[in-house]
Design a protein around this ligand. Sequence first.
Ligand SMILES: *Cc1c(COP(=O)(O)O)cnc(C)c1O
Length: 384
Amino acid sequence: MKKKTALIHGGISRDEATGAVSVPIYQTSTYKQDAVGKHRGFEYSRTGNPTRHALEELMKDIEHGVAGFAFASGMAAIHTVFSLFKTGDHIVVGDDVYGGTYRLLTKVLSNLGITATFVDTSNLALVEEVISPNTKAIFIESPSNPLLKITDIKGVSKIAKEYNLLTVVDNTFATPYWQQPLTLGADIVVHSGTKYLGGHSDVVAGIVVTNNVELAEEIGFYQNSIGGVLGPNDSWLLQRGIKTLGIRMEEHERNTHEIAKLLNAHPNVNKVFYPGLDTHPNHELAKQQSSGFGGMLSFELQEGLDPEVFVGKLKWFTLAESLGAVESLVGIPSKMTHASIPREKRLASGISDELIRLSIGLEDLEDLKEDLEQALIFETSRVR
Ligand SMILES: *Cc1c(COP(=O)(O)O)cnc(C)c1O
């Protein structure tokens, strides 16, 4: 089964009971048991729900794992994965991971005695340097957020195996359509389903997939024990989104590539961060481990040009948190998604105050280009 077919026919693609082509929304909390201890696979909807189960099976298939798990948000998914660790454990984490992941580690899990060291994981030597005897896992994003840095997933997994650590990859930006970390040696993949998987800015969801049977059992136990599960309505919405993931990602990428070229050539732009450009330091690695570069890009205006003025002039790019949907979005990481990271730390990892992040949507490319070009015209009076 090829990728686009798997998105539509993977998992449980129809309802066995009725033949319904779209898996129904089983809006139920509990299930009649035929006799004590004799049920038909479902007992209580925190533990399992047929609509959520269909989504979990689909995610398992498209990420090439042995089990999938759906959660009420990406953060709930990531938190559940971190439940595998205990007091005294240490995790190596990418230095420009999603702000919420940084916050979870430094403000919540730190209270439980779980520590994290943040490093530029695109440099494998740095990763190995910070591994200590109590390290239990390496957590990475590739491409990363918002600098679109590329980490060698195979390389990290190899180091992890040498030290007996788990490799966890947040695959939200690439999606399983472009990149399947489990086939590159990772043990666990996490997603914010809120982004490309859903794709329409109408659902908040999280996903975990693993290719290890024992880990699957543990994660299933924590999913049911902690209970941050995805409801049946949202599970259905996510499946509906995933059916078109292939054509959406192809189009996101086409638009993004053209916009990256436009920005790269513009005199008011200092720097463009997009792994699809052959000027990106890890363009070749990105090409090797992913079949596409995605629809996210960041760029810096020339010094002295105010990103808030630029954003204020845009017509088709909505100023909003989030990414990965049909509508184009724009954000200023230092003031929005990454505001919870202290400024010195943020600057040290390369996220300047002038950095602008774009999530390129599926509008007509000509409209998007025109919009960016008019917003990039700065009058001298507007220069700070
Ligand atoms: C949005 C996001 C998350 C968090 O997911 P939520 O669904 O908002 O909880 C985690 N990782 C990445 C890369 C994200 O973009």
